[in-house]
Design a protein around this ligand. Structure first.
Ligand SMILES: Cc1cc2nc3c(=O)[nH]c(=O)nc-3n(C[C@H](O)[C@H](O)[C@H](O)COP(=O)(O)OP(=O)(O)OC[C@H]3O[C@@H](n4cnc5c(N)ncnc54)[C@H](O)[C@@H]3O)c2cc1C
Length: 405
């Protein structure tokens, strides 16, 4: 009997896991990973700021976005399954507020263990080998002209092309009859226009960010916000970025005093106005927020520097409270695919079986990882999807090849 062959297109998180899983299911299958870069798993090194936040203790559905039926079918394993899977490969992990990292605090540990396992499993890795052509032939496929019994496409999305995923696999799948939903950069900062950003740049603050389209609230998230040159970033904003899509009339309202009600803020200023009327507003504000936020809030409210609190009109005092609770920025866009961690959108889930990740259009073709139209929040959710869908695809592809006989 001739050796059966499986091709994996893309040596990233999902592809590597799928290859390892296929070999684990049946080690007589000849598995080849095709990777366009000189090394596999380059992106993993960049994840979690070099520490690789690879799953999360809280896998609640609210942290995943896309086809809920599909996601429910795919996400049957717990975070502990993922943690134990990596433990079985030799990686000990630890939790930081529910986010799971390698104990070494080095993404390279996880990357190295995956590469080691690929080698130990006798997977052939062809680096610097971009796949430019997949064709269906009698009872199988030709990948760059070479015959395979089944193919797993795990080439990632459009985000962060510098780490390898250049979107080429969407085109390969489209040529095979698949369709993709519109693609948007996600888990990235939002570009905003407001002259106060000049004052705020460099500031980090705990705050609540609310994204609006006109008057409609699209979503809100709390956490550390970062003001940069022309953008606002930080995990809460990154988690909202997937809601921007092509929407016009977007604005971001930042509550810079989330745990203090507007009433409490008003009362606080009133007390100081009565007890210390000669105090500058900037000094009053420095008792509440970061100094730069105080200056920006005064500027936005139209309050002149060195205004004494005793001289502040009730209308301006109210305006200041409003600005601190709803500092609103016009959103001009996102930081784009180059600065995004993931792609929102992808190959339609209705064209893939969630039980096997096999194409509903072509038998023997499996699709996994970020290329599929599902995604997660910041916090280990996207790698969790990559490992999980990769393992399902690898196991099912091996099963498919075995049953093919
Ligand atoms: C800076 C950054 C930080 C991140 N941090 C986290 C984090 O901490 N936690 C988390 O959960 N997620 C994080 N993510 C997201 C996560 O890394 C991705 O969602 C995940 O890697 C997707 O896995 P994948 O296997 O689908 O695709 P990828 O990891 O992108 O791998 C795809 C691979 O396929 C190769 N390839 C593409 N096309 C071809 C082709 N035609 N032929 C051959 N090879 C091809 C690419 O070179 C690449 O190696 C981060 C992303 C970035 C960019």
């Amino acid at each position: 009997m001739s050796t059966k062959k499986l091709a994996v297109i893309g040596g990233g998180a999902s592809g590597i896991c799928s290859a390892i899983e296929a070999k684990y299911r049946d080690n007589t299958i000849d598995v080849t990973v095709f990777e366009r870069l000189p090394k596999v798993a380059k992106k993993i090194l960049a994840t979690g700021n070099g520490r690789c936040n690879f799953t999360n203790e809280n896998l609640s559905p609210v942290h995943f976005h896309g086809d809920t039926f599909f996601l429910r079918k795919v996400l049957t394993s717990s975070y502990a399954d993922t943690e134990n899977y990596f433990r079985s490969l030799g990686l000990i992990s630890y939790s930081e507020d529910g986010r799971i990292y390698p104990r070494s605090q080095q993404a390279a540990s996880l990357r190295d263990i995956l590469i080691q396992k690929l080698n130990e499993s006798d997977v052939t890795v062809k680096t610097e080998t971009p796949v430019t052509d997949i064709q269906t032939v009698k009872s199988g496929f030709k990948v760059n002209g070479e015959y395979f019994d089944a193919v797993i496409v795990s080439g990632g999305g459009n985000a962060a092309a510098v780490h390898g995923s250049d979107g080429s696999c969407y085109k390969l799948l489209e040529k095979l009859g698949h369709t993709k939903t519109p693609l948007y950069p996600a888990l990235c900062g939002l570009t905003v226009s407001d002259k106060n950003l000049n004052i705020l740049k460099g500031v980090r603050a705990e705050a609540k960010a609310s994204l609006y389209c006109g008057n409609e609230l699209l979503g809100e998230e709390s956490g550390e916000i970062q003001f940069t040159d022309k953008a606002i970033s930080g995990i809460p904003v990154m988690n909202l970025s997937h809601l921007c899509k092509n929407n016009k009339d977007l604005s971001l309202s930042i509550d810079l005093c989330e745990e203090i009600s507007q009433n409490e803020l008003r009362e606080h200023f009133k007390i100081i106005k009565n007890s210390a009327p000669e105090r500058d507003i900037e000094t009053v504000l420095s008792g509440v927020v970061n100094t730069k936020i105080g200056f920006a809030a005064m500027n936005k409210s139209g309050i002149k520097p060195h205004t004494k609190i005793g001289k502040l009109s009730p209308a301006l005092a109210e305006m200041l409270c409003n600005v601190l609770k709803n500092f609103t920025f016009t959103v001009t866009g996102t930081k784009g695919f180059d600065n995004a961690q993931i792609t929102c959108g992808g190959i339609k889930t209705t064209e893939i079986s969630p039980d096997t990740m096999m194409s509903n259009i072509i038998s023997g073709l499996f699709i996994c990882g970020e290329i599929v139209d599902i995604h997660g929040d910041c916090g280990g959710y996207n790698l969790h999807l990559a490992w999980t869908t990769g393992r399902i695809a690898g196991n099912a592809a091996a099963e498919y090849i075995i049953n093919k006989g």
